[in-house]
Write a protein of this length. Structure first.
Length: 555
């Protein structure tokens, strides 16, 4: 058994393949790659692929390369290159060696194309894109051979050189592989290998005006880098035939240990879209504030909302790897972040929708410092100081003038509740504004109830949170929810009609004074409210709601 084989690790079909390859001596080590196109921001589906590719390499003590598939300069930008690298590192992964680009291998791609032409396996085709579609045939009918298919090798070499030198117009012709126009796999019906693009490339400037297609460049890039297992999603399943065909017909890469492609199901997540095109539409149509909007499934959006690398990696482990396409319940992602933050997030108190409470029997101008646990299940995290005084803020939802029923556990007139980590109070009267909204609740407190458990003989049914009014710090709360009201919005071309009108709401409230020093992106549990993090794009004190304390959608 090869020493790289983690026989006791949880398995999936990809690990089974790798184990067999190592046992058979086909490969002495494992190398994977993550090959994103730098034409947009990564999303949670890419995170699954990142975890698979980098995680597999880690598991087998192998290597994983980061290679940008930069073969279409018209849609690419250095901004995306930088954001992708940041996302990979934020998730906790590091790539082997330097960052790679498909453009590093443009000369190799070109020489490979020349080799195929010289072998009579590729030709320059002048069919228009519309004509090529007609000639391609359908799933039920075979295609027709291009009238340029039998152009002599010598002429094809001359024409391809003219393409390279920019002597032919963009869209005038392409280089196509000569395979089988009657193949049952559409991708094998003389697919395009190269096209002309007069675009300045972000890595190679204007050195090239011909650019390889993904299916041609990807397999050669894998072979050049020594990738052993090329892992991609199921939509590339048919394209594996072309992947193999290219490598089998190039002398340098037709070797027993050449790369092989294996497909797994992509992530489809409820209440979101994974199409780059549709995500781009959300941004361009200003249905969201940008790629890092906390409602977006992008890694930068999830990060801004308060998701942690550990929670995303845990989510990837929970959903697993298979060949079956399905839609994953978004509650599983929310469970991963709850489970993580429940353990690591410090506790604090914040009042999102405040009304004032005045403790009439508490001394004026007196502020008392109390102790509260930073985490109730982790004494090692220590204690924090909270303030108590005559004037407090509680949440408006925690007061009713008349208790609606006997099970009501919040504050009402002539009813007691315990303030979190403080005293028992009893409401006696309230003031309202001209619209009938309560503005101030007058209470008394029992000085003998500090630190006592509600089961000490007093039947105090409820516990509510608060902040002391004179020392509290004003903060803005961004209350995010699922972006769409439909569990499968990707089926619609009218995304705007499916936007959840309550997906982004804001409120101004108050937090404990220590929260003025809250770290950007750091997670906190605002007791009884949910998990929040400080926004990474705001100079002021803004907290983004990551997730509630429990799943309210399925109640």
């Amino acid at each position: 058994m090869n020493s790289q084989n983690p026989v006791e690790s949880p398995t999936n079909f990809i690990r089974n393949i790798i184990n067999k390859d190592l046992e058979a001596g086909k490969h002495q080590s494992v190398q994977t790659r993550f090959p994103p196109e730098p034409n947009g921001y990564l999303h949670i589906g890419h995170a699954k692929s990142i975890c698979l590719n980098f995680g597999t390499a880690e598991l087998y003590k192998g290597k994983c390369c980061l290679r940008f598939d930069d073969t279409n300069p018209a849609k690419e930008d250095v901004e995306y290159v930088e954001s992708i690298q940041e996302d990979v590192k934020w998730l906790g992964f590091g790539w082997s060696g330097a960052v790679r680009y498909s453009s590093n291998y443009f000369e190799t791609f070109h020489q490979s194309a020349v080799e195929l032409i010289s072998k009579g396996l590729a030709y320059v085709c002048f069919l228009s894109s519309e004509e090529a579609r007609v000639y391609r045939g359908t799933l039920k009918e075979p295609g027709k051979e291009s009238p340029y298919r039998d152009t002599p090798v010598e002429k094809n070499l001359v024409l391809f050189e003219k393409m390279k030198k920019g002597e032919l117009k963009e869209g005038e012709c392409v280089l196509r592989a000569k395979i089988d126009m009657a193949s049952s796999f559409m991708c094998m019906r003389d697919p395009t290998l190269y096209r002309i693009r007069f675009e300045t490339h972000h890595q190679t400037a204007d050195d090239w005006c011909i650019y390889p297609m993904y299916d041609f460049a990807h397999c050669i890039g894998d072979a050049v880098e020594g990738v052993t297992h090329s892992l991609c999603t199921l939509e590339f399943q048919d394209n594996r035939r072309l992947y193999d065909w290219v490598l089998e017909h190039l002398n340098a890469f037709n070797k027993p240990d050449r790369p092989h492609q294996y497909e797994f199901s992509r992530l489809n997540l409820e209440y979101t879209v994974m199409s780059k095109r549709k995500l781009q539409t959300l941004v361009e149509d200003k249905l969201v504030s940008g790629w890092d909007d906390p409602r977006m499934p992008t890694i930068s959006g999830l990060r801004r909302r308060g998701y942690t690398p550990a929670s995303i990696r845990d989510f990837a482990d929970r959903i697993g790897i298979s060949k079956v396409d399905s839609i994953t319940d978004v509650a599983l992602l929310e469970t991963s972040i709850r489970d993580d933050l429940n353990v690591v997030a410090p506790r604090t108190m914040g009042v999102i929708n405040p009304i004032k409470v005045i403790i009439e029997n508490y001394a004026e101008d007196s502020i008392e410092t109390l102790k509260a646990p930073i985490h109730p299940q982790n004494e090692g995290m220590g204690k924090r100081e909270i303030n108590f005084g005559r004037e407090l803020y509680i949440d408006r939802a925690d007061f009713e003038e008349v208790a609606p029923n006997g099970k009501y556990k919040r504050l009402a007139l002539n009813k007691e509740v315990r303030l979190r980590n403080a005293y028992v109070i009893n409401a006696s009267r309230c003031e309202k504004d001209s619209n009938g909204n309560t503005t101030t609740v007058y209470c008394t407190y029992d000085a003998d109830t500090l630190g006592k458990n509600p089961s000490d003989g007093r039947k105090v049914k409820g516990v509510i949170h608060f902040v002391e009014a004179t020392t509290a710090v004003e903060a803005k709360f961004m209350l995010y929810d699922r972006l769409f009201i439909d569990a499968n919005p990707g089926k619609s071309d009218n995304l705007e009609s499916l936007i959840n009108p309550n997906s982004c709401q804001s409120a101004t409230g108050f937090v404990e004074p220590s929260m003025i020093e809250a770290e950007v992106e750091a997670a906190y549990q605002f007791e009884r409210e949910g998990y929040f993090c400080r926004d990474n794009q705001s100079d002021s004190l803004v907290f983004n709601k990551t997730v509630g304390l429990r799943d309210t959608w399925n109640q």
